[in-house]
Design a protein around this ligand. Sequence first.
Ligand code: GLU
Length: 288
Amino acid sequence: MTVPTGYRGRFAPSPTGDLHAGSLLAALGSWLFARRAAGRWLVRIEDVDRPREVAGAAVRQLAALRACGLQPDEPVQRQSEREQLYRAALEDLADRGLAFPCWCSRSDLAATGGIHRACVRAPDPDRMPAIRLRVADGTRIRFVDDVRGPQVQDVDAEVGDFVLFRADGLWAYQLAVVVDDAAQGIGHVVRGADLLDSTPRQILLQHALGLPTPGYAHLPLVTDAGGRKLSKSDAAHPFDPAAPLPAMRRAWAALGQSPLPDAGLHEPADWLALALAAFDPARIPTCD
Ligand code: GLU
């Protein structure tokens, strides 16, 4: 396999609703970082969680990106078509004793705040187990976020042995995202800060699988007037593909960037060119 070189970034929406202010911010932010480095920008539809998928959402998200002039440089990948890669990674971990079947339920782990350190439930041949990654005692992951600076997490104490394959037969986000970022040669992950505390798990998995660790940059969360995180189903900020510029300007402002002299502009591509020339990552807010 040839390893791609140069900056490669991505936007990886889950098709659980339409593009909204928070996902547009991640799309625009990851695009700006990639283009500023004269790099490539990819889009991956993260549709492993089929029950949460909203019919038609992926197609509408891609249309919304197109309306914004945010065109991926390579064909869009879908996680639902990549299960073989996840299976191979899981088998590799299991063969090396790093992953194990677990019958513990959520309520079994209530006493430990949901943190799994040892199975409290015996194997049950009548039920499918989850498969967890074994997190060794004292596992501490440090990384330097390109926006937020040094980060540290005690993965054993704060997260515990985490799920790679769910008891309901679905691939866990943590495994799929790590396998895909490596397979697609992603060197830079730029995404919302809601995923900041997932990053140590992903780095741990990269170490376990012998995969490179990309750079990480976490962008501020877009909140509503009450300070609540916007979910993809939030109807208060519908995105209008026929007039994307107001939403793009709001995303630009949420990235902490100075207003652009864009009064006469109507074409998203022209606006993006102006934004790219003015983009200053040092202005991105480092807290939410
Ligand atoms: N699919 C995730 C989401 O839509 C993002 C995953 C990522 O960027 O790593 O929240």
